[in-house]
Design a protein around this ligand. Structure first.
Ligand code: SF4
Ligand code: SF4
Length: 440
């Protein structure tokens, strides 16, 4: 039986066929790696290397003393050319360590464990922290913090839904490296003292489902939940409801209902950190969209300029209409092609005019399609209207903060209203208003 969440949601075009059956390919490391010192939610890192230093692949280059942070490592061996502000894909600048690759891939020393099942919970948590692992599905939340939950946790969920159009990196990882994901999941279960693990996979990935089912065959505490193909099945609250029938409270977190949710790639990174002492310096990125010559899933080093990643896939077919980081429903636009690959970048898309949806902002016709589609049971038409007009308190009374920004309301709106853009503005406006009140 396929599981799903109870309200709202919808069917959207999947557009995954360009990459979902192609094996992951490895991209050569860049000649110059530009590695941001903040690739995570939490405190930015301070550099622990200086200009002119020689570094090895996997060597620590940035660290923070704060608990909610994640260290940063070099993705190449070579020499530090600069430590300076460089643009990210969003166009915002941040402090980066710029490293000239010597082409040797000389590895830093690493602590390896032949049998990770013998490791203690505290050793696992520390190794995950030292490796700089963050949520690789897009959130970028430090994984060691998730593995120290403030409340008892009985279940770890692996989010293999990958419900966003185009993205297939998790699909390919499950199809090709299910054993590593399962070992990472078992380690996370041990780290939090949970009793079981469930891997949720949408039904449109049959090869991934069969590989993962084979990989868990020897473990009674693990199971696969086959999920209905329905957007946004991979949103955390919807995933938890579908698999465990638990409702995360308003502005609550998964540990409030006894679970931790991890991404597929993150679980593999945990396994690699424990078994091979590998730090988080490379990842698989889906490169797709109708304006890409040869769409692929690419294993790429952190710090590689996005432009080089597109070029590795043959470059563009004409001028793309829109460039996006992540999936098209929730991902931000790419404003700077020299911006680097970071740990939580799941995809880069180059979309044609036909593929890109445009906000036209015609008058609302009160059809309530957005209300029926909202997986959080909200009234997006009113939230959008109040937010656009700066009526933040009114929007707050309609549970503005519960919006998970899935964009489904904007997608189904026949008037092509920019509901989610206004809602995001509303959240920011409300936060600013409250901060001002605190000061005065
Ligand atoms: S973006 Fe927010 S308001 Fe719109 S459908 Fe998703 S959860 Fe509902
Ligand atoms: S879907 Fe669009 S037109 Fe229909 S009620 Fe919602 S905002 Fe208005």
């Amino acid at each position: 039986m396929q599981r799903t969440f109870p309200r709202g949601g919808g069917d959207i075009p999947h557009r995954k066929s360009a990459t979902d059956n192609k094996p992951i390919v490895v991209m050569p490391a860049p000649a110059i790696a530009v590695i941001p010192l903040q690739q995570h939610i939490g405190a930015p890192c301070e550099p622990v290397v200086a200009v002119g230093d020689k570094v090895k692949m996997g060597q620590l280059i940035g660290q923070s003393k704060q608990f909610i942070s994640a260290p940063v490592h070099s993705s190449v061996s070579g020499q530090v050319l600069a430590i300076e502000e460089r643009p990210l894909t969003s166009g915002a600048k941040t402090l980066c360590v710029v490293i000239k690759n010597d082409g040797r891939d000389e590895p830093a020393s690493a602590e390896k464990h032949a049998d990770i099942r013998k490791l203690s919970a505290s050793t696992i948590r520390q190794a995950v922290r030292d490796a700089g692992i963050v949520g690789m599905g897009g959130a970028g939340f430090p994984t060691h913090v998730k593995l120290n939950p403030p409340k008892p946790v009985d279940t770890i969920l692996i989010n293999g839904a990958e419900c966003e159009p185009y993205l297939t990196c998790d699909h390919r990882l499950m199809a090709e490296r299910a054993d590593e994901m399962v070992q990472g999941l078992l380690a996370m279960i041990k780290a939090v003292g949970a009793a079981k693990g469930v891997i949720g996979i949408e039904a449109n990935k049959p090869d991934a489902i069969s590989q993962v089912q084979a990989a868990i065959a020897d473990y009674d505490q693990l199971s696969v939940a086959v999920l209905q193909v329905r957007y946004p099945q991979g949103a955390e609250k919807q995933l938890i409801k579908a698999i465990l029938n638990r409702e995360v409270p308003s502005v609550g977190l998964p540990h409030d209902v006894g679970c931790v949710v991890s991404n597929v790639h993150t679980a593999i990174a945990v396994y690699q950190a424990l078994s091979a002492g590998k730090s988080s310096y490379e990842r698989v990125v889906t490169v797709s969209g109708g304006a890409v010559v040869d769409p692929r899933n690419v294993l790429v080093r952190v710090g590689t300029p996005i432009e080089e990643l597109f070029n590795f896939c043959g470059g563009f077919l004409g001028e793309p209409e829109v460039l996006v980081c992540g999936g098209p429903m929730t991902g931000p636009p790419i404003k700077e092609l020299s911006g680097p690959v970071v740990k939580n970048l799941s995809g880069v898309l180059a979309l044609t005019r036909e593929e890109a949806a445009f906000d036209e902002n015609l008058p609302c016709i009160r059809c309530e399609r957005c209300v029926r589609a909202c997986p959080m049971g909200l009234t997006p038409n009113l939230l959008g209207e109040y937010s656009e007009k700066g009526m933040y308190r009114e929007a707050e009374r309609l549970h503005l903060k519960d919006c998970i920004e899935c964009s489904l309301c904007s997608y189904v709106c026949p008037a092509k209203r920019a509901l989610v853009t206004w809602i995001k503005q509303g959240k920011a406006g409300l936060a600013a208003e409250k901060a001002k009140e605190k000061v005065s």
